[in-house]
Design a protein around this ligand. Structure first.
Ligand code: FES
Ligand SMILES: [Fe+2]
Length: 292
C-alpha cells in the first residue's frame, strides 16, 4: 500500500487518481506510479524525476481486514497480529467514525475497569485473568453483568477475552453464556493528524451461536437468517456502547500522570506497555518519557 499523497506536488491520489494498467495516475499532473511506488511516466515526455517515489506501507489481508503497518522511521514489521480461523464465523459487519482523540486513549479502554459501571452501566466487574504483557501483546480477561436488552431479556453476564496488539488493533472475544452467543470484536484505530483518528469497529458472531438463546422466535427462522439477526442485534449493542465512550473521548484530554485511585484498573501497566510503540524520533515519545 502506498502513501496517499503524490510525491510530485502533494495531490491526494484517493481523490481523482485513476488506475492505468498496473500503475496509478495522479489527478493533478498525470504522473504515473507503479506498484512499488516508482514514478514510471509523466505527460511531459521528459525523464521521470528520480525523487518522485511514493512511500510504501506493508499491507496484510488477514481475518477479513486489511492491516497496514506504519513506522515513523520506515522500519519493516517486527511482529504480526495472528491469523484467526474464520471458518464457522459470519462475515464481518463494520462501522467507522472520525473522532478527536489518539489511539492510545481509545485502546486504554480495555484496561480501564473504572469506566465500565460509570459509562456502560456494567456491574459486578470480575477479573478472570489479570493483565499480562508479552512484547507487543497485552492480554486480560474479565466478566461483567449487563442490563437486559430493552425489557427483551433479563440481565446477563458477558465475558471479555482481550488481546491488544499495539495501539491500532485490538481483538476482543465476547461470550454471553445465557444466549449461547460468541462474538469477535475488532477495534481498529488509525491516527489522522495528531488530533483526530479513524475509529473502526468490526464484529462477527460464531455460527455455533444459538439464536433461540436470545429469543425463541428466532428459532422459527432459517438458521442463516436468524444468525444474521443475532449479529445485527449484538452489533447494535456494541455500537451503543462505543458511542458512550466516543462522547467521552471527543472532549477529554490526556492526563499523565493520572490522579490514580484503587479501582481504576491497570492503567500504569498499560501506559508502560504503550511506550514501545513510540519512536525515539517522534515528539510524542518525549512526552511519554518525560511523563513516565
Ligand atoms: S501532484 Fe501528482 S502529478 Fe503533480
Ligand atoms: Fe468503554
Amino acid at each position: 500500500m502506498s502513501d496517499a499523497y503524490c510525491p510530485h506536488m502533494g495531490a491526494h491520489l484517493g481523490h481523482g487518481g485513476k488506475v492505468r494498467g498496473e500503475a496509478i495516475e495522479c489527478p493533478f499532473h498525470l504522473f504515473c506510479f507503479d506498484g512499488a511506488g516508482s514514478c514510471v511516466s509523466t505527460p511531459y515526455g521528459t525523464k521521470v524525476p528520480p525523487k518522485a517515489k511514493l512511500p510504501m506501507v506493508p499491507l496484510e489481508e488477514k481475518n477479513g481486514l486489511l492491516l497496514a503497518w506504519f513506522h515513523s522511521e520506515g522500519r519493516a514489521p517486527d511482529w504480526h497480529a495472528p491469523a484467526l480461523e474464520t471458518t464457522g464465523w459470519l462475515p464481518l459487519t463494520t462501522e467507522e467514525w472520525v473522532i478527536n482523540t489518539h489511539p492510545q486513549e481509545t485502546t486504554e479502554n480495555s484496561v480501564d475497569l473504572g469506566h465500565l459501571p460509570a459509562v456502560h452501566g456494567y456491574r459486578d466487574v470480575e477479573i478472570l485473568t489479570p493483565v499480562a504483557v508479552d512484547g507487543p501483546l497485552l492480554t486480560t480477561r474479565y466478566a461483567v453483568w449487563r442490563k437486559g436488552l430493552a425489557h427483551f431479556t433479563t440481565d446477563f453476564r458477558m465475558e471479555f477475552n482481550i488481546s491488544v496488539w499495539g495501539l491500532g488493533y485490538s481483538f476482543v472475544e465476547v461470550e454471553v453464556p445465557a444466549f449461547r452467543l460468541k462474538s469477535r470484536n475488532f477495534v481498529l484505530v488509525s491516527p489522522i493528524d495528531g488530533q483526530r483518528s479513524y475509529f473502526r469497529s468490526a464484529m462477527t458472531v460464531s455460527d455455533e451461536s444459538d439464536p433461540k438463546g436470545l429469543s425463541p422466535l428466532l428459532g422459527l427462522l432459517p438458521k442463516a437468517l436468524s444468525l444474521r439477526l443475532v449479529r445485527a442485534a449484538a452489533f447494535h449493542g456494541y455500537v451503543a456502547d462505543i458511542k458512550k465512550d466516543l462522547a467521552i473521548w471527543q472532549t477529554k484530554r490526556y492526563v499523565e500522570p493520572p490522579a490514580r485511585a484503587v479501582g481504576d484498573g491497570p492503567i500504569g501497566v498499560f501506559r508502560r506497555y504503550c511506550r514501545q510503540f513510540y519512536s525515539e524520533l517522534h515528539p510524542a515519545a518525549h512526552l511519554v518519557a518525560q511523563a513516565g
